[in-house]
Design a protein around this ligand. Sequence first.
Ligand code: ZN
Length: 108
Amino acid sequence: MIKLPVCPYCNTVFYYSDVVRLSKKKTGECYHCNKKFKVSKWKGRIIFYFIFAVVISLLDVIFLHITDTKTALPIIAFTVICVILSLLFLPYTVRFYKKGELNKKVKR
Ligand SMILES: [Zn+2]
């Protein structure tokens, strides 16, 4: 699941910075074959955050056991750092679809 999206027509690999730029739009254009495609970010993002929430909860529990802390502050700081780091992974959850392909999937 965690990999950068490719062009649905020619399988050209997009760079991280390109994906960041395209993820702000609904449609994009391949720089290799010049065909237009739809940008889908929410489906991957929801799955990512669901897994992320589970992993963070487990890490917080492990963190509590290791540090034997009496305050919540280190946990909050640790969680905030993880959330910030997770933002760097968001482009990896973006997927590109051929135009019309998404609509067909919804109707079925
Ligand atoms: Zn292409």
